[in-house]
Design a protein. Sequence first.
Length: 230
Amino acid sequence: MAASASPGSRLQADQVAAYLKEHPDFFLDREDLLADLQLRHPTGGAISLIERQVADLRQRNRDLRRRLGELLGTARDNDQLIEKTRRLTLALLEAVDLGDLVDALYYSLDREFGFEQTRLLLISGRRLSCNTQVVTMAEAQRFLSRRLRLTRVQTGVLEPSEVNFLFGLDAELVGSMTLTVLRPSQPFGVIAIGHADPKHLKANLGIVFLAYLGQLLERLLPNLIAHDPS
């Protein structure tokens, strides 16, 4: 069994360590010593200091390349989101009536963004000539009263009665959803997006995008609703 280091040798080792810490350039003119220094390797055995430094540099390089790949992937995803949002914005701005806007909205969210379930619910005291659900304020308050009082964008899991009211026969396909309340002053509609995965929308859907979409619809819908011929 190897003898343990004596107090004197331990003190000497501490002094060497302190000296090297105060003189980090000690090995600049003593490269030959580096090759003779032995370090414990994570996989067992011993390697020289130079070999250990090379191994550390390679690991750091792999980590940097991985992080760079993640950043590039995020940048590509953001570019795609910006382009999809640009096309959606132009399509909504070019809508000549309420029906055109609703069709453009559903097409973009379904085909461009790939959302599994999308519902635009409008709150109005009269019938509207568009392919979307229209309810009275009394109906909206009955099923969504708490939601209409909360913040603009809400994500997560809603009550079964709320999901049934918004998605009807497709409610069983919705595990999680996000709901954006449209209300410059008083609520006049909501847009709900559903996904089968209970955690998908809560984790992945961009709140900034949904807030932007809500603000855009708040500026476009009231005028089109007011001039709807029905």
